[in-house]
Design a protein around this ligand. Structure first.
Ligand code: CU
Length: 454
């Protein structure tokens, strides 16, 4: 793969460390990064060299995975596959060229650390892009439990026992320990998620202490939305404001108007809104979980929106299926050289989430690697044989959805459905493909796709 280089170097220090947060009055001990956060993104331009000096001040090993980037394989941050995990007290120097402009993010690829506070946006600018907006806001959505109800490791332990989902009650989903029974959403084809979260956050703030975004009426604002959640799909919208979706997972799409948009874990959408006059609720509805994250868009006087403000339920929200890639990022038409079938298997009862019936052991990630040859056009079929949706992610590449659909690296695959995407094998290395439900991934719903430079 040819990578443009500007010669500029962006240098940052990043320290993973224990911290104590105030989440709207709740004190939470957690792990987070010093040097980057939801409100302090890393930024660079396409072609710049990013140098990040990671220091691990956690009691556990960690790593940094640069989600969505077609970067050099040895910087992808997957222990036992692309590097050794960075032990407590140790350091690691990440250095790579920023390959494409867009909205990306980063997080550890060790255990369920992602469901703590260890994540931040990576925004890659394009100096040649003509910006037809006045302001730009990065909005990170998250489901939060760490240090409030349990640690993510305790939740995984609980889920791993397996459970029968007896469904919710007439009143909605039902909490049992840290799991949630009967959380369903028709938008996700049934079971929406399994984990009870006491809080939902926008840029690290809960609904009772929302972030306020200030603008002037009539300003055009680019929103870069990232779902950093562990087990929650969000339906995002801004009350009273139509969204014009412009990018999916960093790559441009033909502009698409919508009232709201659904994001699975790991997905990003960029959109433009034209600010109205007053105070408006910015809402991320936690699908199936009867709760939501909230922020406020304020351009004038008027009382702040209630924390119970709701998105309209009337129209179908946008999903990847509604979008088409911009012509300049559509894959050139060519015949498929090889089809890789990734059958998603497993169940809640056994908590044996897997790909092609094999649960990946991260101690041995090459054991069942799928092979291909550099230069091939690959069709990747995510065949969901389970009764639950999965947000499937491919490292090191951005594939295209069928029928001229959007370029993406993370896609919702509904229960019983198959999603067939295509990509060009132009970035040799050992790459993971996995479910971005962090608990499903850690339970084994991962595989490796590997190829050498030919
Ligand atoms: Cu999954």
């Amino acid at each position: 793969m040819k990578r443009r280089r500007t010669g500029a170097v962006v240098q940052r220090a990043l320290t993973a460390e224990p911290v104590t947060l105030d989440l709207g009055g709740k004190t939470a001990k957690t792990w987070a990064y010093r040097g980057a956060s939801a409100t302090e993104p890393l930024r660079g331009n396409v072609g710049d060299t990013l140098k990040v000096a990671l220091t691990n001040n956690l009691p556990d090993p960690t790593s940094v995975h640069w989600h969505g980037l077609a970067l050099r394989n040895d910087m992808d941050g997957v222990p036992n596959l692309t590097q050794q995990a960075v032990g407590p007290g140790d350091a690691f120097a990440y250095e790579f060229t920023l390959p494409e402009p867009g909205t990306f993010w980063f997080h550890p690829h060790v255990g369920v650390q992602l469901d703590r506070g260890l994540y931040a946006p990576l925004i890659i600018g394009d100096p040649n892009e003509k910006a037809d907006y006045d302001k730009e806001w990065v909005i990170v959505l998250d489901d939060w439990l760490d240090g409030v109800t349990a640690t993510p490791d305790e939740v995984l332990e609980e889920l791993s026992q397996g459970m029968m989902d007896h469904g919710g009650t007439d009143m909605g989903p039902m909490r049992m320990g840290n799991t949630l029974m009967g959380a369903t959403s028709p938008l996700l084809g049934g079971d929406a998620g399994d984990v009870y979260y006491p809080l939902y956050l926008i840029n690290g703030q809960p609904a009772n202490d929302p972030q306020t975004f200030a603008a002037k009426p009539g300003e055009r604002i680019r929103l870069r939305i990232i779902n950093a959640g562990g087990d929650t799909a969000f339906r995002f919208g801004v009350a009273g404001h139509p969204l014009t979706i412009t990018h999916s997972d960093g790559f441009p799409v033909e502009p698409h108007e919508a009232e709201s948009v659904v994001l699975g874990m790991g997905e990003r959408y960029d959109m433009v809104i034209t600010a109205g006059d007053g105070a408006f609720a910015v809402i991320a509805e936690a699908l199936g979980k009867q709760d939501q994250a909230l922020a406020v868009l304020r351009t004038g006087s008027g009382s702040a929106p209630s924390k119970d403000a709701k998105l309209p339920q009337t129209k179908d929200p946008a999903t990847a299926a509604d979008l088409n890639a911009s012509a300049r990022v559509a894959l050139p038409k060519r015949t498929v050289d090889r089809t890789l079938v990734l059958e998603l298997t497993g169940s809640m009862e056994k908590y044996d989430w897997a790909i092609n019936g094999k649960r990946m052991d991260m101690a041995e990630p090459m054991r069942d690697a799928l092979g291909l040859v550099e230069g091939e056009r690959i069709a990747l079929e995510f065949k969901n044989s389970t009764t639950m949706w999965h947000p499937m992610h491919l490292h090191g590449h951005t594939y295209q959805h069928p029928g001229g659909g959007p370029r993406k690296d993370t896609s919702i695959v509904l229960p019983g459905k198959t999603l067939r995407v295509e990509f060009d094998a132009d970035n040799p290395g050992r790459w993971l493909s996995h479910c971005h439900n962090v608990y499903h991934g850690e339970a084994g719903m991962m595989t490796t796709i590997a190829y050498q430079m030919s």
